[in-house]
Design a protein around this ligand. Structure first.
Ligand code: AVJ
Length: 318
């Protein structure tokens, strides 16, 4: 069976991990479903649209920053490098780094094999001198890297402030897993979104065009399609709020009226105003970011931010 059929739910066979996360998450108090399940085909398209929104500053700020500092990264790291990208997706930010660093090898890692192979082919065509060796796998666990990059200096690349999706405990686990995968003496280039005024943060996650709302609500559509759900999507609204104590943007789906529905034959009821917590996006000040990296076994050697101080890029060594 094709993987995409499973993802689309056309074959009526749901991913067991999705099923477990949704059923457990809806039964839990507070109700919560992990953010990784946003990214079905439609969700990935909507996220691409989010990155182009006027209110969503992270993607364009990081891209401009990367453009500016890639030559400095190249100087720091030297030659004979293997760039290892964690959760490479479409590898959209990679060419800027590869052009500056001129690595001998590029190892994109992603759980979505289909996406991974397509973007690996694109990079290989664009950079004929770089050996492209994709690894299909879950980067949350230590991974065995291709034997071919054995003698090279490893430069891990983790852009997009994806680390912000994880609570600090999980973020530290991930940084340690990356250290275990890359090995001592390796480097990591990581993008981390900064704490800033709620007037900038909240609109970035609750845009005027309603794209982020559609992205959040699409999770309910996905549950209906893949898990035999009867959720009336119009009974929910998108909520983005800044949790100052925990320094994170939270996204929730709030029931606007009392609602009852089934998922995989199990019944659920929610009162008006009750929410399903769907995402955390943690933000880190400069010292918070350094402490997080240190807890994960990484010492910062260079750090950069855009002029407005919206977004940070860190080069660290294991
Ligand atoms: C992909 C996790 C970095 O937290 O900013 C964007 C996801 N969610 N708008 C983020 C997201 C809503 C994004 N990350």
């Amino acid at each position: 069976m094709l993987k995409q059929e499973i993802e689309d739910g056309e074959a009526g066979l749901a991913d067991p991990a999705f099923r477990a996360d949704v059923l457990n998450g809806l039964a839990a108090r507070p109700r919560a479903i992990p953010a990784r399940w946003f990214y079905d085909r439609r969700g990935s398209e909507l996220f691409e649209d989010i990155t182009r929104l006027p209110e969503y500053y992270p993607t364009r700020t990081e891209a401009a920053l990367l453009e500016r500092v890639s030559p400095d990264v190249a100087d720091s790291i030297g030659r004979g490098v293997a760039v290892v990208e964690f959760g490479s997706g479409s590898s959209a930010k990679t060419p800027v780094l590869l052009r500056a660093v001129k690595p001998a090898a590029y190892v994109p890692i992603d759980i979505s094999g289909e996406f991974l192979r397509a973007s690996a082919r694109g990079i290989a065509a664009q950079f004929p001198d770089i050996a492209v060796e994709p690894v299909e796998g879950d980067f949350l666990k230590p991974l065995k890297l291709p034997a071919g990059i054995g003698g090279m200096t490893r430069l891990g690349f983790f852009p997009g402030s994806t680390i912000g999706n994880m609570a600090p405990l999980a973020a530290v686990d991930l940084l340690r897993a990356m250290r275990a995968s890359l090995g001592e003496g390796s480097a990591l280039l990581i993008g981390i979104d900064r704490i800033k005024d709620a007037d900038i943060l909240v609109p970035a996650y609750d845009d005027a065009q309603g794209v982020t709302a559609a992205f959040n609500l699409n999770l309910l559509e996905r549950i209906n399609a893949e898990l035999d759900g009867t959720i009336p999507v119009d009974a929910f609204r998108h909520v983005a709020r800044w949790n100052d104590e925990l320094a994170r943007i939270e996204m929730h789906l709030e029931a606007v009226r009392p609602v009852a529905f089934e998922v995989e034959g199990r019944g659920f009821a929610m009162a008006a105003g009750e929410t399903i917590h769907t995402e955390n996006s943690h933000k880190y000040g400069d010292r918070d970011a350094r402490l997080l990296l240190a807890a994960g076994g990484w010492t910062v050697t260079r750090a950069w931010a855009d002029e407005a101080g919206l977004f940070g890029l860190y080069l660290a060594e294991a």
